[in-house]
Write a new protein. Structure first.
Length: 399
């Protein structure tokens, strides 16, 4: 199924009705936007229910169980509750920026849906710079949160905005580094080309098998980009109450909540596309519709991992989070990118078989991962010993 071909057929049908060219394009664009919006809203409702159920299971609770069978209608009830609440704008707030921030938060996520390939040629816009597009529009989410924190005229919201700049912009660097590795190996920024480059029998060609360290780095950095525990310091209740969205209520708060879950889905979908073979799977060539099933199954698995970590790990301190990014993830990402570039160049120049190139990439990833874990463990033990020394060494009285 090619969405572009379907769109062209629809445009031809509208032109056959005698409509002007401008109206035809406008109707086509509006219909595409409504389809993406509908898919996003349905996904958000399902993901909210799924994560709340999973968190309840992990924490020995039932989770949503009152509204509808198994609590399936609970997200709709919550949305109706937010619709009936009073929409309050602080008197001192910058009204235009304050009202625009939640709209941009949702808009940037919807724009990311456009380039995600759900199956072979099942993509809204099959552009040749898909990875660059993801990096560019992914940064808009941080801008929306910064706008919300600044426009609220609240000290806690402003502190949350400062943390947005520190955390999200910092963790975009290791994510960008690791996203460039599949681009180097495939030789294209087109997401469909990257998925096709991982095609092999029963998933043996997926990049996760030869780039385990890169996949682990992406997953950890994506936790921070998605405001997930243990990196959810942007809205740490015990420190800055609710962070950048403290002054938001009713549907404005719901827009941020919607963007939060959809952003996690996008991060999961990008991991599926770059490392888990995307829509590739057994018999997908014979039955193309299986591509959509494989894609959603893999993305749901990644979302499950994000939700599992969120419900399990405690929150880090802000200094620990920033040090981990700049002292661990960024050097690790640089080493992986440089090593992968050298191996890819060697493989092309020497005409090495794919098996040899993949083995070299796997060795590189394992070595870098082991070295990173070793240095991190040594640093942790040294830090713990220093803290214990300060704790148990009595301070002599001053004369």
């Amino acid at each position: 199924m090619d969405l572009r071909a379907i769109g062209e057929s629809f445009i031809a049908w509208l032109q056959g009705l005698g409509l002007p060219e401008g109206w035809v394009l406008l109707i086509n664009w509006l219909l595409g936007a409504l389809i993406i919006l509908g898919i996003a809203l349905l996904l958000a409702l399902a993901l909210i229910w799924l994560e709340r159920k999973l968190a309840g299971r992990i924490q020995d609770r039932l989770g949503p169980n009152r509204v509808g069978p198994f609590g399936l209608i609970q997200p709709i009830a919550d949305a109706l509750k937010l619709l009936t609440k009073e929409d309050i704008t602080p008197a001192d707030a910058d009204r235009i920026t304050f009202n625009l921030a939640p709209v941009i938060a949702v808009f940037h996520v919807l724009m990311l849906f456009v380039v995600i390939p759900f199956a072979d040629e099942v993509v809204g816009a099959n552009i040749n710079v898909g990875v660059l597009y993801l990096m560019a529009f992914g940064a808009l989410g941080a801008m929306a949160m910064l706008m919300a924190g600044w426009a609220s005229r609240n000290k806690y919201a402003l502190l949350g905005g400062f943390r947005v700049v520190a955390q999200l912009f910092s963790y975009e660097i290791p994510i960008a580094l690791v996203m460039m590795i599949p681009v180097l190996l495939v030789g294209s920024m087109n997401l469909n080309d990257i998925v096709r480059g991982q095609g092999s029998l029963f998933g043996l060609g997926w990049f996760v098998w030869v780039l385990p360290a890169a996949f682990a780095l992406y997953f950890v950095a994506a936790l921070a980009e998605g405001e997930r525990a243990p990196f959810d310091l942007l809205e740490a209740e015990s420190e800055i109450v609710a962070g950048y969205n403290i002054e938001y209520s009713a549907m404005k708060f719901a827009w941020f909540y919607l963007a939060f879950f959809l952003n996690t889905w996008i991060l999961s979908a990008v991991a599926t596309t770059l490392f888990l073979g995307g829509w590739q799977g057994p018999f997908v060539d014979q039955i193309p519709a299986l591509g959509v099933v494989y894609f959603f199954a893999k993305t749901l698995f990644m979302f499950f991992l994000f939700a599992w970590v969120r419900a399990t790990f405690p929150r880090l301190r802000i200094d620990q989070m920033m040090a981990f990014c700049w002292k661990v993830l960024v050097p690790m990402g640089l080493a992986l990118l440089l090593g992968s570039a050298i191996i890819a160049k060697m493989g092309a120049e020497m005409a090495l078989p794919n098996l040899v190139t993949g083995s070299l990439l796997l060795i590189l990833n394992v070595v870098i991962l082991l070295v990173t874990l070793s240095l991190l463990g040594r640093y942790t033990r040294t830090l713990q010993a220093t803290q214990n020394k300060r704790l148990f060494t009595p301070e002599l009285p001053r004369l």
